[in-house]
Each structure stands twice: as C-alpha cells, then as structure tokens.
Design a binder for this molecule. Structure first.
Ligand SMILES: [Zn+2]
Length: 85
C-alpha cells in the first residue's frame, strides 16, 4: 500500500472526512494516522470544527425573533428610503 506523507494527508483531509471518500483513501490515511500523532491532532481539530458547524446549522432562529428582525429591517429600510427621497 502507498504510504502517505503528512503533507499528503493534510492535503486530502477534507476528502477523507467526506462521507463519499474513496475507501482506499480512507485506508491509506487511517494507516498514517495510526502512526502519526501530529496528523491525529489535525484531524481531531477539523472534526471538532465540523461538528460545531453542524450544530450551528441545526439551530433554527425562533419565529418570534425572526419576525422581529424582519420588522426591524423593514422599518430601517423605510426610514432610510424616506430620508433620502
Ligand atoms: Zn502525519
């Protein structure tokens, strides 16, 4: 099996973390990670970031809050439009 360098692992990390990653790529990177704590840390921090992202996307803005925001934006638009015209 082809051995990857740290740079090659880092270059392909996003592809590796993708659910559709090729199994040979996964195997190659898994093999590298087993022996390289530096790349393990890198993967950990990226996975952590991804989880934070996913957690944020799942949070929906409460309806009453988004209505308030829309109203505030609308009145702000109106006011700026009136003062300019
Ligand atoms: Zn490495």
């Amino acid at each position: 099996m082809k051995r990857l360098s740290c740079q090659e692992v880092l270059d392909q990390l996003w592809e590796y973390l993708d659910d559709d990653a090729r199994s040979e790529l996964r195997t190659a990177i898994d093999g590298h990670l087993a022996n390289c704590s530096h790349c393990q840390l890198e993967v950990d921090s990226i996975q952590h970031t991804i989880h934070l992202y996913q957690a944020k996307e799942n949070v929906s803005v409460p309806v009453h809050l988004s209505e308030k925001l829309t109203n505030a934006l609308n009145s702000a638009y109106k006011e700026s439009g009136q003062s300019r015209d």
